[in-house]
Write a protein that binds this ligand. Structure first.
Ligand code: PLP
Length: 341
């Protein structure tokens, strides 16, 4: 066992095959005991449910090395619970919470040499996922499934500082009213690809989506929740049934209240009021918070004055506090940091 010889600080966000992955099969109404395997490929029927009708869900979290050399992850119980909710909505058999955490631990331990060292800024991205495997041609849920978890090292999200990004108000929707926007299903991403390619071609970093029912309220971006800071330094987050409940956003809200004493309001946020906010950030596992400097609404630039050139002061405080808890520099009052080895 020795750390892999990688240029940790210069890794991008891409897939790299690591040593072991975890697999469990669901058949005849039950999950098998699961195992770590070396084979990174999957063979299945050409008519597998996932291939024909996109019956697949996933999670994303990361493992990293703390200053005192422990390998930890962050709130894996929340990912386990969210995946159970995703499975129920997709008529898939939920993978039990304790087993999800065990699968994450086993996979990270078996690939400990791939966990980036402390201080590199890099992390080990963990991808649990599940899909319908047996042949399905008439539209119905599959009877057989695989739950798998693989890991891949990824580089620091912010190379050379967190530059605020510019995002556009999309003309496409990422979710339907009463649809699947609140679960982590591959189908939500499939339908966002055209919108992402379009936004990039127009020179924007990302899309922000409006509520699909009325198209007057802010929802979220393709892969991150939105958080605003008002002129008094308090937090406002959009409320909607079609937003994916980000674990990072929920943790930042707790940090804002319990560590920083800020007021947090979760409410409907209208597109025509966001010009009043001082800062805007995108919350997700990959970046924790990525500052937004400007939202472009069909040529009209909505600029966040306190965060236009660099991460705004409140966004920075939130970022520093949550990453401080994650890295073990600040007290972990809630027991969020989960030690693996
Ligand atoms: C995964 C995801 C997020 C971020 O969730 P985290 O749990 O914070 O990583 C936000 N929005 C969407 C649509 C997502 O799929």
């Amino acid at each position: 066992m020795a750390k892999k010889d990688l240029d940790w600080s210069n890794l991008g966000f891409g897939y790299m095959k690591t040593d072991k992955r975890y697999v469990s099969y669901f058949k005849d109404g039950a999950w098998d005991e699961g195992a770590l395997v070396e084979d990174d490929t999957i063979t299945m029927s050409e008519c597998a449910g996932v291939l024909q009708y996109a019956q697949t869900i996933f999670e994303g979290l990361k493992a990293y090395t703390t200053e005192d050399g422990r390998i930890v992850t962050f709130r894996p119980d929340m990912n386990a619970e969210r995946m159970i909710n995703s499975a129920k909505r997709m008529e898939m058999p939920p993978f039990p919470k304790e087993r999800f955490i065990d699968a994450v631990e086993q996979t990270v331990r078996a690939n400990a040499d791939w966990v980036p060292p402390y201080g590199s800024g890099a992390t080990l991205y963990i991808r649990p996922y599940m899909f319908g495997q047996n042949p399905v041609i008439g539209v119905k849920p599959a009877d057989e499934y695989q739950f798998r978890t693989f890991v891949t090292p990824v580089g620091p999200y912010f190379k050379g500082g967190a530059k605020p990004i510019t995002i556009k108000v999309s003309d496409f929707d990422r979710a339907a009213p009463r649809g699947t926007g609140n679960i982590k299903a591959g189908l939500n991403y499939a339908m966002s690809l055209h919108a992402i390619v379009t936004a990039h071609a127009e020179g924007f970093d990302e899309n922000v989506y409006l509520d699909p029912g009325t198209r007057t309220k802010i929802e979220e971006t393709g892969g991150a929740n939105v958080l605003f800071v008002d002129q008094d330094g308090n937090i406002v987050t959009p409320k909607s049934d079609s937003i994916l409940p980000s674990i990072t956003r929920r943790s930042l809200v707790a940090v804002a209240k319990d560590y920083l004493g800020l007021t947090v309001t979760e409410r409907e946020v209208y597109l025509d009021e966001i010009g009043k906010f001082a800062e805007c950030g995108l919350c997700g596992t990959a970046a924790v918070i990525s500052p937004v400097g400007c939202i472009n609404d069909h040529g009209k630039e909505i600029v966040f004055s306190a965060g236009r050139e660099e991460m705004g002061p409140v966004t920075k405080k939130l970022y520093d506090t949550l990453t401080g808890i994650q890295m073990g520099h600040l007290p972990d009052k809630e027991g969020w940091v989960h030690e693996i080895c």
